[in-house]
Design a protein around this ligand. Structure first.
Ligand code: HEM
Length: 264
Protein backbone atom coordinates (compact mmCIF):
# COMPACT_ATOMS: atom_id res chain seq x y z
CA UNK A 1 0.00 0.00 0.00
CA UNK A 2 2.80 2.40 1.05
CA UNK A 3 4.63 1.64 -2.23
CA UNK A 4 1.59 2.37 -4.34
CA UNK A 5 1.31 5.84 -2.68
CA UNK A 6 5.00 6.62 -3.35
CA UNK A 7 4.75 5.57 -6.97
CA UNK A 8 1.59 7.54 -7.70
CA UNK A 9 2.21 10.12 -10.38
CA UNK A 10 1.47 13.68 -9.21
CA UNK A 11 -1.69 15.07 -10.76
CA UNK A 12 -1.64 18.06 -13.08
CA UNK A 13 -3.01 20.21 -10.23
CA UNK A 14 -0.19 19.08 -7.89
CA UNK A 15 2.46 19.72 -10.54
CA UNK A 16 1.04 23.17 -11.17
CA UNK A 17 1.03 23.94 -7.43
CA UNK A 18 4.68 22.80 -7.20
CA UNK A 19 5.68 24.92 -10.18
CA UNK A 20 3.88 27.92 -8.69
CA UNK A 21 5.56 27.36 -5.29
CA UNK A 22 8.99 27.15 -6.93
CA UNK A 23 8.36 30.33 -8.93
CA UNK A 24 7.33 32.19 -5.76
CA UNK A 25 10.42 30.89 -3.88
CA UNK A 26 12.68 31.87 -6.75
CA UNK A 27 11.18 35.38 -6.97
CA UNK A 28 11.39 35.95 -3.23
CA UNK A 29 15.03 34.93 -3.06
CA UNK A 30 16.04 37.01 -6.11
CA UNK A 31 18.24 40.08 -5.76
CA UNK A 32 15.52 42.34 -7.26
CA UNK A 33 12.93 41.24 -4.64
CA UNK A 34 15.40 41.63 -1.79
CA UNK A 35 16.37 45.10 -2.90
CA UNK A 36 12.70 46.21 -2.70
CA UNK A 37 11.35 44.26 0.29
CA UNK A 38 13.41 44.31 3.44
CA UNK A 39 14.26 42.04 5.16
CA UNK A 40 13.80 39.77 2.13
CA UNK A 41 14.96 36.64 3.98
CA UNK A 42 11.86 36.76 6.18
CA UNK A 43 9.67 35.86 3.19
CA UNK A 44 11.65 32.72 2.34
CA UNK A 45 10.58 29.20 3.18
CA UNK A 46 11.33 28.07 6.70
CA UNK A 47 11.12 31.35 8.60
CA UNK A 48 9.50 30.97 11.99
CA UNK A 49 6.17 32.71 12.39
CA UNK A 50 6.93 34.31 15.75
CA UNK A 51 5.67 37.66 17.16
CA UNK A 52 9.28 38.93 16.97
CA UNK A 53 9.60 38.07 13.26
CA UNK A 54 6.21 39.63 12.54
CA UNK A 55 7.27 42.91 14.21
CA UNK A 56 10.52 42.75 12.27
CA UNK A 57 8.69 42.58 8.93
CA UNK A 58 6.26 45.37 9.87
CA UNK A 59 8.98 47.73 11.11
CA UNK A 60 11.15 47.28 8.04
CA UNK A 61 8.59 47.79 5.32
CA UNK A 62 7.11 51.13 4.32
CA UNK A 63 3.76 49.59 3.34
CA UNK A 64 3.36 47.21 6.29
CA UNK A 65 4.63 49.96 8.58
CA UNK A 66 1.33 51.81 8.10
CA UNK A 67 -0.36 49.02 10.03
CA UNK A 68 0.25 48.23 13.69
CA UNK A 69 1.98 44.92 14.51
CA UNK A 70 -1.11 43.85 16.43
CA UNK A 71 -4.69 45.02 15.99
CA UNK A 72 -7.18 44.75 18.84
CA UNK A 73 -10.19 42.61 17.96
CA UNK A 74 -12.75 45.31 18.81
CA UNK A 75 -10.86 47.89 16.71
CA UNK A 76 -11.64 46.11 13.45
CA UNK A 77 -15.35 46.01 14.21
CA UNK A 78 -17.07 48.49 11.91
CA UNK A 79 -19.78 48.93 14.55
CA UNK A 80 -17.27 50.49 16.98
CA UNK A 81 -15.74 53.33 14.90
CA UNK A 82 -18.45 53.26 12.18
CA UNK A 83 -15.40 53.89 9.99
CA UNK A 84 -16.14 57.61 10.26
CA UNK A 85 -12.46 58.66 10.54
CA UNK A 86 -11.59 56.52 7.51
CA UNK A 87 -14.62 57.88 5.65
CA UNK A 88 -13.52 61.48 6.36
CA UNK A 89 -10.09 60.64 4.95
CA UNK A 90 -11.59 58.96 1.87
CA UNK A 91 -13.80 62.02 1.24
CA UNK A 92 -10.74 64.27 1.50
CA UNK A 93 -8.90 62.18 -1.15
CA UNK A 94 -12.01 62.28 -3.36
CA UNK A 95 -12.19 66.07 -2.97
CA UNK A 96 -8.54 66.34 -3.98
CA UNK A 97 -9.09 64.31 -7.15
CA UNK A 98 -12.27 66.15 -8.22
CA UNK A 99 -10.69 69.49 -7.21
CA UNK A 100 -7.70 68.89 -9.51
CA UNK A 101 -10.15 68.27 -12.38
CA UNK A 102 -11.92 71.58 -11.63
CA UNK A 103 -8.58 73.44 -11.54
CA UNK A 104 -8.02 72.59 -15.23
CA UNK A 105 -11.01 74.80 -16.17
CA UNK A 106 -11.02 77.58 -13.57
CA UNK A 107 -9.18 80.92 -13.40
CA UNK A 108 -9.36 82.82 -10.09
CA UNK A 109 -9.88 86.32 -11.54
CA UNK A 110 -12.92 88.56 -11.12
CA UNK A 111 -13.37 88.68 -14.90
CA UNK A 112 -13.09 84.94 -15.61
CA UNK A 113 -14.23 83.00 -12.51
CA UNK A 114 -18.03 83.08 -13.00
CA UNK A 115 -17.77 82.46 -16.76
CA UNK A 116 -15.37 79.55 -16.23
CA UNK A 117 -17.84 77.82 -13.92
CA UNK A 118 -20.70 78.40 -16.40
CA UNK A 119 -18.57 77.02 -19.27
CA UNK A 120 -17.50 74.06 -17.12
CA UNK A 121 -21.14 73.15 -16.54
CA UNK A 122 -22.32 73.52 -20.11
CA UNK A 123 -19.38 72.74 -22.41
CA UNK A 124 -16.93 70.47 -20.54
CA UNK A 125 -17.45 66.69 -20.64
CA UNK A 126 -18.54 65.57 -17.13
CA UNK A 127 -18.02 69.18 -15.93
CA UNK A 128 -21.39 69.52 -14.21
CA UNK A 129 -21.09 66.04 -12.69
CA UNK A 130 -17.60 66.61 -11.27
CA UNK A 131 -18.53 70.06 -9.93
CA UNK A 132 -21.53 68.59 -8.12
CA UNK A 133 -19.50 65.65 -6.83
CA UNK A 134 -16.96 68.12 -5.41
CA UNK A 135 -19.69 70.20 -3.76
CA UNK A 136 -21.63 67.30 -2.27
CA UNK A 137 -18.49 65.55 -1.08
CA UNK A 138 -17.48 68.78 0.71
CA UNK A 139 -20.84 68.84 2.55
CA UNK A 140 -20.47 65.14 3.37
CA UNK A 141 -16.94 65.61 4.71
CA UNK A 142 -18.09 68.32 7.14
CA UNK A 143 -20.84 65.95 8.28
CA UNK A 144 -18.61 62.87 8.59
CA UNK A 145 -15.86 64.76 10.50
CA UNK A 146 -18.51 66.06 12.90
CA UNK A 147 -20.04 62.59 13.36
CA UNK A 148 -16.54 61.12 13.85
CA UNK A 149 -15.94 63.68 16.61
CA UNK A 150 -19.29 62.77 18.19
CA UNK A 151 -18.35 59.05 18.04
CA UNK A 152 -15.00 59.73 19.74
CA UNK A 153 -16.76 61.80 22.42
CA UNK A 154 -19.47 59.15 22.98
CA UNK A 155 -16.80 56.47 23.55
CA UNK A 156 -14.78 58.75 25.83
CA UNK A 157 -11.82 58.26 23.47
CA UNK A 158 -10.67 61.85 24.17
CA UNK A 159 -9.41 60.76 27.63
CA UNK A 160 -5.76 59.97 28.47
CA UNK A 161 -3.62 59.03 26.60
CA UNK A 162 -5.59 60.49 23.65
CA UNK A 163 -6.02 64.13 24.82
CA UNK A 164 -3.38 65.38 22.37
CA UNK A 165 -5.04 63.60 19.45
CA UNK A 166 -8.36 65.16 20.43
CA UNK A 167 -6.68 68.61 20.17
CA UNK A 168 -5.24 67.66 16.75
CA UNK A 169 -8.80 66.56 15.84
CA UNK A 170 -10.19 69.97 16.81
CA UNK A 171 -7.63 71.57 14.46
CA UNK A 172 -8.75 69.13 11.72
CA UNK A 173 -12.38 70.14 12.23
CA UNK A 174 -11.47 73.83 11.92
CA UNK A 175 -9.36 73.21 8.83
CA UNK A 176 -12.22 71.24 7.26
CA UNK A 177 -14.64 74.13 7.91
CA UNK A 178 -12.13 76.66 6.53
CA UNK A 179 -11.64 74.56 3.37
CA UNK A 180 -15.39 74.49 2.91
CA UNK A 181 -15.81 78.23 3.47
CA UNK A 182 -12.91 79.30 1.18
CA UNK A 183 -14.32 77.08 -1.60
CA UNK A 184 -17.68 78.81 -1.25
CA UNK A 185 -16.34 82.09 -2.70
CA UNK A 186 -14.81 80.58 -5.84
CA UNK A 187 -17.96 80.38 -8.07
CA UNK A 188 -17.98 84.22 -7.71
CA UNK A 189 -21.79 84.48 -7.85
CA UNK A 190 -24.16 86.57 -5.70
CA UNK A 191 -24.53 83.79 -3.13
CA UNK A 192 -20.78 83.46 -2.56
CA UNK A 193 -20.14 87.23 -2.54
CA UNK A 194 -22.74 87.90 0.16
CA UNK A 195 -21.92 84.79 2.21
CA UNK A 196 -18.29 85.87 2.40
CA UNK A 197 -19.27 89.49 3.09
CA UNK A 198 -21.40 88.36 6.06
CA UNK A 199 -18.73 85.87 7.27
CA UNK A 200 -15.85 88.34 7.16
CA UNK A 201 -17.99 91.10 8.76
CA UNK A 202 -18.65 88.74 11.67
CA UNK A 203 -14.94 88.01 11.87
CA UNK A 204 -14.27 91.76 12.01
CA UNK A 205 -16.11 92.01 15.35
CA UNK A 206 -13.58 89.70 17.09
CA UNK A 207 -11.98 91.75 19.88
CA UNK A 208 -8.38 93.07 19.57
CA UNK A 209 -7.30 91.64 16.18
CA UNK A 210 -10.64 91.12 14.35
CA UNK A 211 -10.27 94.12 12.02
CA UNK A 212 -6.69 93.18 11.05
CA UNK A 213 -7.61 89.55 10.28
CA UNK A 214 -10.54 90.76 8.17
CA UNK A 215 -8.25 93.13 6.24
CA UNK A 216 -5.71 90.36 5.53
CA UNK A 217 -8.41 87.89 4.44
CA UNK A 218 -10.16 90.38 2.14
CA UNK A 219 -6.94 91.87 0.77
CA UNK A 220 -8.53 95.30 1.41
CA UNK A 221 -11.49 96.85 3.20
CA UNK A 222 -14.13 95.14 1.09
CA UNK A 223 -14.52 92.03 -1.01
CA UNK A 224 -12.88 92.22 -4.46
CA UNK A 225 -10.53 90.55 -6.95
CA UNK A 226 -7.76 90.35 -4.31
CA UNK A 227 -10.08 88.41 -2.01
CA UNK A 228 -10.82 85.87 -4.75
CA UNK A 229 -7.13 85.25 -5.43
CA UNK A 230 -6.30 84.93 -1.73
CA UNK A 231 -9.14 82.51 -1.02
CA UNK A 232 -8.22 80.47 -4.08
CA UNK A 233 -4.62 80.08 -2.88
CA UNK A 234 -5.88 79.21 0.61
CA UNK A 235 -8.38 76.69 -0.83
CA UNK A 236 -6.16 74.81 -3.28
CA UNK A 237 -2.74 75.14 -1.65
CA UNK A 238 -2.25 76.33 1.91
CA UNK A 239 -5.20 74.68 3.71
CA UNK A 240 -4.84 71.26 1.97
CA UNK A 241 -1.10 71.35 2.75
CA UNK A 242 -1.71 72.12 6.44
CA UNK A 243 -4.57 69.59 6.79
CA UNK A 244 -2.39 66.80 5.31
CA UNK A 245 0.30 67.52 7.92
CA UNK A 246 -2.30 67.45 10.72
CA UNK A 247 -3.81 64.22 9.33
CA UNK A 248 -0.37 62.59 9.31
CA UNK A 249 0.11 63.56 13.00
CA UNK A 250 -3.46 62.36 13.75
CA UNK A 251 -2.92 58.91 12.18
CA UNK A 252 0.51 58.56 13.77
CA UNK A 253 -1.02 59.31 17.18
CA UNK A 254 -3.89 56.81 16.64
CA UNK A 255 -1.17 54.15 16.30
CA UNK A 256 1.14 55.40 19.05
CA UNK A 257 -1.72 55.84 21.56
CA UNK A 258 -2.34 52.11 21.17
CA UNK A 259 -4.73 51.90 18.23
CA UNK A 260 -8.44 52.47 18.60
CA UNK A 261 -9.50 52.75 22.26
CA UNK A 262 -11.38 49.83 23.81
CA UNK A 263 -15.07 49.75 24.71
CA UNK A 264 -15.71 51.40 28.08
C1 HEM B 1 -10.21 65.57 8.65
C2 HEM B 1 -10.72 65.10 9.75
C3 HEM B 1 -10.40 63.79 10.42
C4 HEM B 1 -9.90 62.62 9.91
C5 HEM B 1 -9.54 62.31 8.45
C6 HEM B 1 -9.77 61.68 11.01
C7 HEM B 1 -9.33 60.37 10.90
C8 HEM B 1 -9.29 59.45 11.96
C9 HEM B 1 -9.10 58.01 11.84
C10 HEM B 1 -8.91 57.26 10.49
C11 HEM B 1 -9.12 57.48 13.08
C12 HEM B 1 -9.05 55.98 13.47
C13 HEM B 1 -10.42 55.30 13.21
C14 HEM B 1 -11.62 55.95 13.86
O1 HEM B 1 -11.65 56.20 15.07
O2 HEM B 1 -12.59 56.22 13.10
C15 HEM B 1 -9.28 58.56 14.02
C16 HEM B 1 -9.30 58.43 15.40
C17 HEM B 1 -9.44 59.49 16.31
N1 HEM B 1 -9.83 60.78 16.00
FE1 HEM B 1 -10.02 61.52 14.10
N2 HEM B 1 -10.15 62.31 12.17
C18 HEM B 1 -10.56 63.60 11.87
C19 HEM B 1 -11.08 64.54 12.75
C20 HEM B 1 -11.16 64.39 14.13
C21 HEM B 1 -11.83 65.30 15.03
C22 HEM B 1 -12.59 66.56 14.60
C23 HEM B 1 -11.62 64.82 16.31
C24 HEM B 1 -12.05 65.40 17.63
C25 HEM B 1 -12.14 66.67 17.88
C26 HEM B 1 -10.85 63.58 16.20
C27 HEM B 1 -10.38 62.83 17.25
C28 HEM B 1 -9.93 61.52 17.16
C29 HEM B 1 -9.53 60.68 18.29
C30 HEM B 1 -9.45 61.10 19.77
C31 HEM B 1 -9.23 59.40 17.75
C32 HEM B 1 -8.83 58.13 18.52
C33 HEM B 1 -10.13 57.38 18.72
C34 HEM B 1 -9.98 56.07 19.47
O3 HEM B 1 -8.88 55.70 19.84
O4 HEM B 1 -11.04 55.43 19.67
N3 HEM B 1 -10.61 63.34 14.87
N4 HEM B 1 -9.42 59.74 13.32
Amino acid sequence: MANSIEKRKPSLQERMNDAMGNAVDKTQSSQAWNSIFRPGSIFRKGYTDSPRNRSYVVMNSVLYHLHPVKVKRHAVKVSYTLCLGGLSFFLFIFLTVTGIFLMFFYRPTAAAAWDDIATLQTSVAFGLLVRNMHRWTAHLMVLSVFLHMARVFYHGAYKAPREFNWVIGVMLLQLTLLLSFTGYLLPWDQLSLWAVTVGTNMMGFTPVFGEQVRFVLLGGTQIGAETLLRWYVLHVLLLPFVIVIFMAIHFWRVRKDGGISGPL
